[in-house]
Design a protein around this ligand. Structure first.
Ligand code: HSE
Length: 301
């Protein structure tokens, strides 16, 4: 274990993510250039600043992830002051929870462990989140597939064409991942899975090569979106609006309530954003490039 001076400051910056990208349920995710920044210092007592009061108690996800990681490391958690500065909507679907989990794990690694270790953070974050598709791109940046084996989860980065631009949308209502997962069937027909596998491979190829028409063909999910769309009352009108105004694809982002329009070129993304704004002026909407840096950790001693 490293000696951690009491004035050590740890700054963890984690990008937003959009998981699934339609046909990549629980496997695929992309990091987007919108960053949550968490600053940690040792303190006499737990202090959490920068988030709504109901999220600033001991059940805060950054703190519980930190405590769980301290326990995994065989150490008692040291009290922390945690300052959160996050523009990622907390209504679900853009990786706000993953960012909290990752930040808490890294704080434990630095304050009571041997220092930041990206591979160990990934394994621990998957353990807490239960699925890898947000945490892998949040840590690594870019477009990442996750391959689960008996022993570990492999994170497989993909190249991604710079031709695509992303319009992220977040309604004001929350969809909880636990509820969205309950909406899914327990079993799927073999034909559904075969079709889905073909679309996954095609989607990756389209994103890598910048083939927007192919993206439009591939990005039709059969595993979760048909069951979750009803949890997001604005999904159908927003999807119709985005596709009519030129988006190549439109998906639920993660388990919602956020959504993502993928567009060929910046001009088309702006046109899509403008049409959506015209349809629903109050909707949180951001045109976001891909983040390629992943999680950034700075330790000042
Ligand atoms: N793959 C997960 C789900 C992502 O769709 O339930 C949750 O953000």
């Amino acid at each position: 274990m490293m000696d951690t001076p009491s004035r050590t400051t740890v700054r963890v910056s984690v990008p937003a993510t959009s998981a699934n990208l339609g046909v990549g349920f629980d496997c695929l995710g992309i990091a987007l250039d919108l960053r949550a920044v968490f600053t940690f210092e040792l303190s006499d007592e737990l202090l959490i600043e920068g988030c709504p009061p109901h999220l600033a108690g001991p059940d805060n996800l950054v703190w519980t992830s930190y405590c769980e990681s301290c326990s995994e490391l065989g150490r008692d958690p040291l009290p922390l002051r945690i300052a959160v500065d996050s523009p990622i909507p907390i209504t679900g679907g853009l990786g706000s929870s993953s960012a909290c989990v990752i930040a808490g794990i890294i704080a434990a690694q630095v304050f009571v462990g041997d220092g930041f270790n990206r591979a160990e953070t990934l394994a621990a974050a998957i353990g807490i989140e239960g699925h890898p598709d947000n945490v892998a791109p949040a840590l690594l940046g870019g477009l990442v597939s996750s391959c689960v084996t008996d022993k570990e989860t492999l994170a497989i980065p993909h190249a991604i064409s710079s031709i695509f631009h992303y319009v992220a949308l977040a309604p004001s209502y929350e969809v909880r991942t636990s509820e969205a997962r309950k909406a899914l069937p327990e079993r799927y027909p073999l034909a559904t899975l075969v079709t889905q596998m073909g679309r996954y491979a095609t989607l990756i190829n389209a994103l890598e090569t910048g083939n927007a028409p192919l993206l439009g063909i591939a990005c039709h999910d059969l595993v979760h979106e048909p069951y979750r769309a009803k949890l997001i009352p604005d999904y159908e009108p927003l999807k119709a609006c985005a596709l009519e105004s030129g988006a190549a694809a439109f998906t639920i982002s993660g388990s919602g309530s956020a959504m993502l329009a993928i567009c060929e070129g910046r001009d088309r993304a702006e046109a899509v954003a403008e049409s959506i704004h015209g349809l629903m002026p109050g909707l949180w909407l951001q045109l976001l490039p891909v983040d390629t840096r992943g999680t950034i950790v700075e330790v000042k001693r």
